[in-house]
Design a protein around this ligand. Structure first.
Ligand code: NAD
Length: 422
């Protein structure tokens, strides 16, 4: 079983992001000028800013906001609070947002932000102070027509409400469209919470349909029973699939006869973890990836499927609800072994798609029913899956390369048509 720590050997993700772009650019035969434009972020802002702490002292924090490309529309991408945030990481995440938005053809460019902080060490008041000052520092870049942040690691709907309020205070009136992922009561969207998982399930239905099969009776393993993973479990069970193993940061549980997602969710709410769920065997977080199953859903962290464990992945399809769970070396191994990978920029794009619907609703001050949101999401995800699958078949490439080719071609076309200013 897997013994190596995959995260310890994690490559620099900015180098990975650029090499993934290079690969797609080669396949598309993109000219050198366009490669030079798209290979680097368009704008990067680094800010060092003071926050008054609860004890009256002043702490200085560093944050970044990067816009990789805004040719197809305003920048879009989350803000994360984490002690390991680096400018390179934010650059990679911004570039991935450009491709994700282009892959599902929503009219946004790619952006991302981050503050170097472990928010668990701060009080709520200190996190609010940090959020409001960081918003002020990056306000030259953000705005509903310019760049629209959203939640990411360690930020949530409350953080978005503070950003929206701060930005609105600067302008003297309420501007809900400056961020997405807000609470419903201040302009958030119905369906946003479930959107990432729902979108991932639509791509799995697309995969099954392409082979004239259904998800009914298929077995599923999910690493990461959080927002994306637990809702994916529920939706897949509704399609008739059998959830045989799930995990969280404390470990995993395995029951080949099937787990009830609602009951596991109840156990997790009560005990803080899925571990210890009655009647299931325990399984660790690396071994869970190697269990026999039809569908493997990594929904936790990056760099989980590596060259070490990829040869032992038994699933027929890997649906990347998480961002960056598979390393480039593992990708080759899975492809050679006939494992179908639905890449992150397609599989988890349901989240940014419903963020787009939230922004549209905010701009129009007209709010949709959940039914309309889910139907519109299905339309976008189905079209995106078909475009990527078709590209993959025509060029005989894996789905990740195909998704990049679809996305890079769209961004390159927009950039060419707009021309170089001046
Ligand atoms: P979350 O914090 O709600 O859930 C993450 C889950 O993973 C938690 O249950 C946590 O305990 C678990 N986890 C952490 N370390 C683990 C490990 N080593 N092994 C197994 N489980 C572990 O986060 P989320 O919003 O569900 O996001 C999960 C992934 O999906 C991330 O990669 C995120 O970038 C990606 N994603 C989420 C969204 C969204 O809208 N929520 C959108 C796009 C992509």
């Amino acid at each position: 079983m897997a013994s190596q720590n995959p995260v310890a050997e994690a490559p620099n993700i900015w180098a990975v992001a650029q090499s993934q772009f290079d690969h797609a650019a080669d396949k598309l035969d993109l000219d050198d000028d366009m490669r030079r434009v798209l290979r680097v972020p368009q704008r990067e802002l680094t800010v060092n800013f003071p926050v008054t702490m609860d004890d009256g002292s002043v702490a200085i924090f560093t944050g970044h906001r990067v816009q990789h490309n805004v040719s197809r529309g305003p920048g879009k991408g989350g803000i994360r609070y984490h002690q390991d945030v680096t400018l390179d990481e934010v650059r990679a995440l911004a570039m991935w947002m450009t491709w994700k938005c282009a892959c599902v053809n929503i009219p946004y460019g790619g952006a991302k932000g981050g503050v170097v902080v472990d928010p668990k060490k701060l009080s709520i008041r200190e996190v609010e102070g940090l959020t409001r000052r960081f918003t002020t520092e990056i306000s030259p870049l953000i705005g509903p027509e310019r760049d629209i942040p959203a939640p990411d690691v360690n930020t949530n709907a409350q953080t978005m409400a503070w950003i929206m309020d701060t930005y609105s205070m600067h302008h003297g009136y309420t501007i809900p469209g400056v961020v997405t992922g807000k609470p419903i009561s201040v302009g958030g969207s119905l369906g946003r919470n479930e959107a990432t998982a729902r979108g991932a399930v639509f791509t799995l239905l697309g995969w099954a349909k392409a082979q004239n099969r259904s998800l009914d009776g298929m077995t599923v393993v999910i690493q990461g029973f959080g927002n994306a993973g637990s809702i994916a479990a529920t939706l897949l069970a509704e399609e008739g699939a059998r959830i045989v193993a799930v995990s969280d940061s404390s470990g995993g549980i395995h029951d080949p006869s099937g787990l009830d997602p609602a009951r596991v969710g109840g156990w997790k709410r009560e005990h803080g973890t899925v571990v210890g769920y009655p009647g299931a065997d325990s399984v660790d977080n690396q071994d869970i990836l190697e269990l026999p199953c039809d569908i493997l859903v990594p929904a936790a962290l990056e760099n989980q499927i590596t060259r070490h464990n990829a040869p032992r992945v038994q699933a027929k399809v890997v649906a990347e609800a998480a961002n960056g769970p598979t390393t480039p070396e593992a990708d080759h191994i899975l492809y050679d072994n006939g494992v179908f990978v639905i890449p992150d920029i397609l599989c988890n794009a349901g989240g940014v798609t419903v963020s787009y619907f939230e922004w549209v609703q905010d701009m129009q001050s007209f709010f949709w029913t959940e039914e309309r949101i889910n139907e519109s999401l299905k339309g976008i995800m189905d079209r995106a899956f078909a475009a990527v699958h078709d590209m993959g078949q025509r060029h005989e490439v894996d789905m990740r390369t195909a998704a990049y080719m679809v996305a890079v071609a769209r961004v390159a076309e927009a950039t060419t048509l707009r021309g170089l200013y001046p």
